[in-house]
Design a protein around this ligand. Structure first.
Ligand SMILES: Cc1ncc(COP(=O)(O)O)c(C=O)c1O
Length: 411
């Protein structure tokens, strides 16, 4: 009989072989990191602790560090902070959050008081479900109102938002979303916020790597965002984790006070070290990568449209980010099948997407796909969802296509 450990190793190997080598992954919240990032993630740093006195505002500790043996850890964390400040044009960087959601928890807990009003994009219009009333607002006893958003156009209704900010005087306006195809007019929102003393924060979980590469909303802090935060593993090709950056001294101090021994104890130094390596890779290759991701997304949008797959936002050249949005109602009408049934068929063909209609080009770009490859990819998708060809037959062509892209680039 197999030991559970053997069975687990087999499952893990099977997963890695399938998802890393055989599948075409179009889930917009995922990515693959470089060999260097993966190696560092496995280092001894993942076994260790460090607790520095200057980080513990409300918990005085006697010595410089409660733990011995931290001489390298402390330098690595410092370098990670400095690299993040450089990449995001920021004065302060906090690499401690364990995920994008955790970064959001730290931001809300630090900047809001019970009863405060926050504005965020409704999940039915692509917003992050974590900001819906029954999620983080309920937990922190905050009121939430939706940012007026025109889903058909993919943009904020600015005049309505200005009126809402003026009349309701929110504490926070949260920009950013899970479906995010176009940038925001931050300067315009900032003007309204300044009039009522509201803060703007930007959950850039999805577009962090595109911001880092200067290809999408290149300088949110410079445009007026008070705090920028998000996941480090979606378009940003680091390890799974989160980060918070700001230029505001006072907010930085408040965030700092909320981190150590309140929202985080051990922030996983292997992850922070791996993030620092990914930041170095972004400094060197991030511009080229981010530009290619967006060019590929636009090209895939056009190619899918030409293949007869209904896509949203044709009038706006489909997207300005890594994401595309399938026009689900139209696909269902055309095929007579539910979209989730079609995504199951795509999975059988080894093309991996979510059930929300989002497609992302960040991972295929990392694997070296370029604009001229998008036509072939679009035709593979069309064969499964529009022609409803046997997915197992299409899989053969997916595997042959994918075999040409086995190496992680931009590192
Ligand atoms: C806008 C946004 N914020 C936060 C998160 C949560 O990120 P994480 O999975 O890193 O916790 C997501 C998840 O995809 C997201 O789309």
């Amino acid at each position: 009989m197999n030991e559970p450990k053997d069975e687990l190793i087999q499952l893990i190997r099977a997963h890695d072989e399938w998802r890393l080598k055989q599948c075409i992954n179009l889930i917009p919240s995922e990515n693959i990191s470089s060999e260097a990032v993966r190696q560092v993630f496995l280092s001894d740093l993942g076994h260790r602790y460090s607790l520095r006195r200057e980080e513990c505002f409300d918990f005085p500790i006697q010595a410089e560090n409660f733990y011995r043996g931290t001489r390298y850890i402390d330098q690595i964390v410092e370098m990670c902070r400095e690299l993040a400040c450089k990449v995001f044009n920021a004065k302060f960087a906090f690499p401690e959050p364990l995920s994008g959601h955790h970064a959001a928890i730290i931001v809300l807990a630090s900047l809001c008081r019970p009863g405060d009003l926050i504005l965020a994009i409704d999940e039915r219009k692509g917003g992050y479900p974590g900001y819906m009333p029954q999620s983080l607002p309920q937990y922190f006893n905050l009121r939430m109102a939706p940012i007026p958003f025109n889903h058909e156009e993919g943009c904020i209704e600015y005049e309505e938002l200005e009126e809402l900010i003026a009349s309701e005087k929110p504490r926070l306006v949260i920009l950013g979303a899970s479906t995010i195809l176009f940038p925001y007019d931050i300067r315009r929102i900032k003007r309204s916020c300044d009039e009522v003393g509201a803060l703007i924060v930007y959950d850039a979980s999805h577009v962090l790597g595109l911001i880092a590469g200067g290809a999408f909303q290149p300088d949110p802090l410079g445009e007026g965002v008070d705090v920028l935060f998000g996941s480090t593993h979606k378009t940003f090709f680091g390890p799974q984790g989160g980060i918070i950056v700001t230029n505001n001294d006072l907010l930085a101090e408040i965030l700092s006070k909320n981190l150590k021994l309140k929202m985080v104890d051990n922030p996983h130094f292997n992850r922070i070290a791996a993030l620092a390596i990914a930041l170095c890779e972004h400094l060197k290759y991030g511009r080229e990568y981010a530009k290619q991701v967006i060019m590929n997304a636009k090209a895939l949008g056009r190619a899918l449209d030409e293949e007869g797959v209904p896509m949203m936002y044709k009038r706006k050249d489909f997207t300005s980010s890594h994401q595309l949005l399938v026009f689900i109602d139209e696909v269902e009408r055309l095929t007579g099948r539910k979209y989730h049934a079609l995504t199951k068929m795509l999975e059988q063909a080894y093309i991996i997407v979510d059930n929300g209609g989002r497609l992302g080009t960040q991972e295929i770009t990392r694997l070296g796909m370029k604009v001229h490859h998008m036509k072939e990819l679009a035709s593979l998708i069309r064969r499964v969802i529009i022609d409803q060809e046997d997915p197992v037959k299409v899989r053969k062509d997916v595997l042959a296509f994918r075999a040409k892209f086995q190496e992680v680039k931009y590192c």
